[in-house]
Design a binder for this molecule. Sequence first.
Ligand code: SAM
Ligand code: SF4
Length: 328
Amino acid sequence: MSALIDPFGRRIDYLRLSVTDRCDLRCFYCMPEGFKDFEEPAHWLTVAEIERLLGVMADMGLARVRVTGGEPLVRRGVVDIVRSIRSLPGIRDLALSTNATRLAPMAKDLHAAGVNRLNVSLDTLDAERFKQVTQGKLEKVLAGLMAAKSVGFLPIKINMVVMRGMNEADVESVLAFCIEHGFVLRLIETMPMGDTGRDAVDHYVNLQTIKQRLAERYPLIPAINPVDGAGPARYLQVAGTATQIGFITPMSEHFCGTCNRVRLAVDGTMYMCLGQEHHFSFRPLLRKGIPDDELKAALISAIGLKPERHEFQDKPEKVIRFMSMTGG
Ligand code: SAM
Ligand code: SF4
C-alpha cells in the first residue's frame, strides 16, 4: 500500500469533506451577507464520486473523516453520504460539524448511519446575540443539541469562536451549559478566511488570555483522558466534572508541525492547507473514470503539494476562500 505522506514526513490520515458550500445561517465571520454565488450542483461531487475517492484514500491510509460544509445538513442525501463513508474499510472515525439548526429531526438517522462524533457551533446562549452573530434562531440549535444528546452521540463538542466585543463575556455561561450537559467545549480563535474572516480578525481574542481568566475561576487540570480527536485542540478539564475545554489557537500558537489533514471541497478540489492556496482538482479525473492506480498516483502528487505551514499571522490578506467553501 502506498501511504499518503507529505514532503515534510507528515502522514495524512484525516480528511475534512465539505458536502455543500451552502448554509442556512450567515455567521458574520464566515459567510458574507447576501452571498449567493454558490457553485451549481452539477459541479458537486455525487455520492458515488465521494465514495470512490474516499475508498481509494482509505486504501492509502485514510482513517478519519469529518463531514462539514457550509452546513452539511442542508445537503440532500447527507445521511446516504455518511452511510457510504462508514461502509468503507479502514474508516474508523466519522465526525460531523453542524450549526444544528436542522439537527433535531435528523439526529437519530445520522447516528444510525454511523456518525460517531458531533461538533456543534454555538457562540452564545443569548438569543439576541446569537441572532446578531448568525442571523439565526438559537432555539433551533438548542433543540438540535438536546435531540443529539438523547440519541447518544458521544462526545458532543461545542465549537465557540471567541470574539472581542461580541461574545467574549459569554465563555463562562457556555462552559456552565457544557458542564450541565456533559458536552466538551472547544474555544476557537478567529481566522482571516476570506473578507468575512478578515473582518472577524478585528474581534480577535488571544485565547491564552481566556485560559488565564478561566483558570482563576475554575479548577483546571490537564485533561485526564483527552477526548479522541484528530485535531489540533489542546485539552484541559474542569476538575470534578466530565467537561473538557479545548483551545484551538491557529493564530497564537500554530500547530502545523503535526498537521495530518487535507480538505475536499464540494466541487472535488482538494485543498492541502486551510491557510494556503495549494490545491488539486479531482473532479475531472473522477468524471473521466480513471483507474484506481492512476487515482492513487494523482493522490500522491496532490499530497506532494502540501505546504509546510499556514501564514495567517504574517500574511492575513493571503487566503481568499471563505471557510464555508473549504470546509472548516
Ligand atoms: N456549518 C457548520 C458549523 O457552523 O459548525 C460547519 C462548517 S463551519 C465553516 C465550521 C467551523 O468553522 C465552525 O465552528 C465555525 O465557527 C468555524 N469558522 C468559520 N469561519 C471562521 C473564522 N473566520 N475563524 C474561525 N472559525 C471560523
Ligand atoms: Fe454556516 Fe457554519 Fe459558516 Fe455559520 S460557520 S455561516 S453555520 S457554515
